[in-house]
Design a protein around this ligand. Structure first.
Ligand SMILES: Cc1cc2nc3c(=O)[nH]c(=O)nc-3n(C[C@H](O)[C@H](O)[C@H](O)COP(=O)(O)O)c2cc1C
Ligand code: SF4
Length: 415
């Protein structure tokens, strides 16, 4: 059994693309167990409390159930989402490079549970080593006895494809991923219909982040209760936190879900760089509400972070220290979102560019009170105006920085 606080990044999992090494470390056991009674898999995932680790925290069993119910279609797709382009998030690349087999096994268990017959590994093109490793690993699975057992159960050959994404941040949004798999530009689609009803080529499609899927073989192997117990308090399992910014030891840390922000920064991150004072953290990537010193005690799990009106998101924590200008940092992130907007929804395209322009103006000392007022107004008008959540993310980080650091904005004004 794995150590308490490391499952996905445990040294036994880090066997690279060699399938024999994976099997020698009890890899494949989760899938063997799943094959004994495929109809119970979703119930086990539900009991374990697994939630989507790609940002939303949506209960995994609910998505899987929706897909399993789609019995009319001959084809069903699973997109294993490793677009990973949000600033500060760097966990999926590590998982793919070092432990591709646990992802493939998790994806095959998802296929058994839901009747998926086409699995797409959807990977950021900058993760070149990851793409090579997954390609190698997939070839070995295609010749394995376990592969034929799964194909027999779903009554058709399971197909794998490894698809480098378009390299756009927006391509990580689930319906944009579907467009990319269909060889189109990643324009997010209007919902409904939801991907579980109508996804790739009109077929039911499941989209999961790869960290979510990497947990699955371990849950099947060790049981739902084991997974639940890995988390602290009411949280289940583990989370890989991508810790970066002004800490001594930045890195990807797999820890019990619910580890406190202070413990992540001080115990694992080695504390603040140059002993500076902690100022804030951009949580879950920069598309969320900031956490500040009064939140250092917050347990980093979906519900506890939401109770502080923020979001765990991808688990990225970008730490900043006293002395870091908040206007400049927020301007950088909003510029990123403006640049990433796909342009389909005019309020998102023009709104994100406009707030980026106002922020740049204030940051360079050219802003006036009316510019600040315009920013505040846009925070009320823009949320919900787009087809996807990109514009909401850009506004959330701006709004939160205005709430916590209005003084800095005011000091930067020309008048
Ligand atoms: C702008 C935008 C970018 C996203 N990028 C990613 C991404 O790179 N990887 C990812 O897994 N999910 C990303 N998501 C979330 C996906 O839409 C989807 O919720 C997720 O892949 C579902 O997997 P999960 O349920 O396992 O978390 C993004 C969402 C938005 C709005
Ligand atoms: S909200 Fe923005 S990124 Fe999302 S679909 Fe509309 S224009 Fe594209």
């Amino acid at each position: 059994m794995e150590s308490l606080n490391q499952v996905l990044l445990h040294k036994n999992s880090r066997v690279g693309p060699d399938m024999n090494a994976w099997l020698a470390h009890n890899g494949g056991d989760g899938l063997e167990i799943a094959l004994l009674e495929p109809s119970t898999i979703i119930e086990i995932i539900k009991k374990a409390g697994l939630r989507g680790l790609g940002g939303s925290g949506f209960p995994t069993h609910q998505k899987w159930t929706m897909l399993a119910k789609q019995t009319q279609s001959k084809e069903k797709y699973l997109i294993c989402n490793a677009n990973e382009d949000e600033p500060g998030t760097f966990k999926d690349g590590i998982l793919l490079e070092e432990t591709p087999h646990q992802l493939i096994e998790g994806a095959m268990i998802a296929a058994l549970a839901t009747g998926v017959n086409r699995i797409v590994f959807y990977i950021n093109p900058d993760l070149e080593d990851a793409i090579i490793n997954v390609q190698r690993a997939v070839k070995q699975w295609e010749e394995s006895e376990l592969y034929f057992k799964v194909s027999d159960y779903i009554k058709q050959p399971l197909t794998f494809s490894v698809l480098p994404t378009s390299g756009h941040y927006i391509g990580g949004e689930e319906t944009a991923a579907i467009e990319t798999v269909e060889n189109k530009f990643p324009f997010p689609r209007r919902k409904p219909p939801f991907p579980a009803e109508k996804g790739v080529n009109g077929c039911p499609t499941l989209i999961n982040n790869i960290e979510t899927l990497c947990n699955v073989p371990h849950i099947l192997k060790n049981g739902a209760q084991w997974y639940q117990n890995l988390g602290l308090c009411d949280a289940c399992g583990t989370k890989i936190y991508s810790l970066s910014g002004d800490v001594l030891s930045p890195g990807a840390y797999e820890l019990p879900m619910g580890t406190s922000l202070s413990e992540l920064i001080n115990t694992y991150g080695g504390g603040m760089l140059l002993n500076k004072k902690f100022k804030a953290v951009f949580t879950g990537g920069p598309s969320n509400t900031l956490l500040t010193p009064k939140d250092l005690d917050v347990p980093l799990d979906f519900d506890s972070v939401a109770a502080r009106r923020s979001s765990l998101g991808t688990g990225a924590m970008i730490v900043i220290s006293e002395g870091t200008g908040i206007v400049k940092r927020v301007a950088e992130y909003v510029n990123f979102f403006a640049h990433s907007s796909c342009g389909q929804c005019p309020p998102c395209k023009t709104g994100s560019y406009y707030i980026a322009m106002l922020l740049n103006k204030i940051d360079t000392g050219q802003g006036r009170r009316t510019d600040l007022d315009a920013l505040i107004n846009l925070c009320e008008i823009l949320p919900g105006s787009g087809r996807c959540a990109l514009i909401n993310g850009a506004v959330k980080v701006l709004e939160s920085s205005l709430y916590h650091f209005m003084g800095e904005y005011e000091q930067s004004l020309k008048d």
